[in-house]
Ligand binder design. Structure first.
Ligand code: PPE
Length: 303
């Protein structure tokens, strides 16, 4: 990550180092915040924010689930994001909106504590390493499980939820792997620590149903790209051994984009190289987000 000049903070552009909060913020103590991850891409001519409206729609849905009342309209936050990128003179960048409950009363019940909203935009390279995107990563099934659907509100990007991912990620890195794959509370594969998961077997694609995972926008794009290429896609639960015997496995997310998985629990996936369907999807996704294949796509907000 590379620092930018400004962060949008409760309606104002403040200097990066001045964007601070009180140590008694409710969000800091109890994880009562919700966030998004958005990317902007450029080609030789233009810069676009990818699925700006859809990300903010999910932001407001997350807030609804978390009972956080955002004191701005969706349009205000979308426009603030565009202005922030321009003010920071950024092109390709990662955008992180966050709404969190501020200080006031202490204790679980936030009472009337203020809701703070920030938007940061900064340069951020590949999530799982350049080599990972090209050659594939090594993953491990986590010993930490995702919580059940009545504990973990998976349709909401709630800050507190992510401690589960933090545990899993650190365990995997400490054991020498690049990423952790999480099982749900019934033992089926759910997702990565910050990515959805897809497997390919006999030229057919399978991904987990949205029941226990985040409704990933990249996941949705991948399903569409596959369908446009006449590749059969099913949304169905699967087990960890189905991962081991898949021809191809890849992870999807705004930060991770399309990242191939070449090894899981020390078992080589397919021939150990990114597969042909993974590569096709990687290429189509890149051309879509950069405005190369469909510069007039409804998903692109030109800035
Ligand atoms: N599952 C989880 C748990 C998740 O956090 C993400 C995004 C996804 C799936 C994919 O969603 P989408 O980006 O809409 O395709 N993870 C974000 C945060 C990562 C982080 O480390 O912070 C992201 O990719 O921006």
């Amino acid at each position: 990550m590379k620092k930018s000049k400004y962060i949008w903070y409760n309606g104002k552009f403040v200097l990066w180092d001045k964007a601070t909060t009180h140590v008694l913020s409710h969000g800091l103590h109890y994880g009562s915040g919700i966030f998004e991850g958005i990317r902007a891409y450029s080609n030789k001519k233009d810069t676009y924010i990818f699925r700006l409206e859809d990300h903010y729609l999910r932001f407001f849905n997350s807030a609804k689930v978390a009972l956080i009342k955002i004191p701005y309209s969706q349009k205000t936050l979308e426009n603030a994001t565009i202005s922030l990128i321009k003010k920071n003179k950024l092109k390709d960048c990662y955008i992180r909106p966050l709404a969190f409950i501020g200080d006031g009363s202490i204790g679980i019940n936030p009472a009337n504590n203020k809701i703070n909203v920030i938007i940061a935009a900064f340069k951020w390279g590949t999530y799982l390493g350049d080599e990972g995107v090209q050659k594939g990563i090594r993953a491990k099934i986590s010993s930490f499980a995702r919580m059940g659907v009545n504990s973990f509100m998976t349709k909401s990007k709630i800050s507190g939820n992510y401690i589960n991912s933090v545990f899993a990620k650190r365990e995997a890195l400490n054991a020498g792997y690049d990423e952790a794959l999480m099982l749900d509370s019934d033992g089926y594969v759910s997702e990565g620590t910050g990515e959805n998961i897809f497997i390919v077997r006999n030229n057919k694609i399978k991904t987990t149903p949205i029941t226990t995972v985040l409704e990933g926008l990249t996941r949705d794009c991948v399903i569409n790209i596959a369908k446009q290429n006449n590749i059969h896609v099913v949304e169905q639960k699967f087990t960890r051994d189905e991962l081991y015997i898949a021809d191809e496995v890849f992870l999807t997310g705004t930060a991770a984009e399309i990242t191939p998985v070449r090894e899981i629990d020390d078992r080589k996936i397919g021939n150990g190289l990114p597969g042909k369907i993974t590569k096709l999807i990687q290429k189509s996704y890149k051309e879509l987000v950069k405005g190369i294949s469909e510069p007039k796509s409804k998903y692109l907000k030109k800035i």
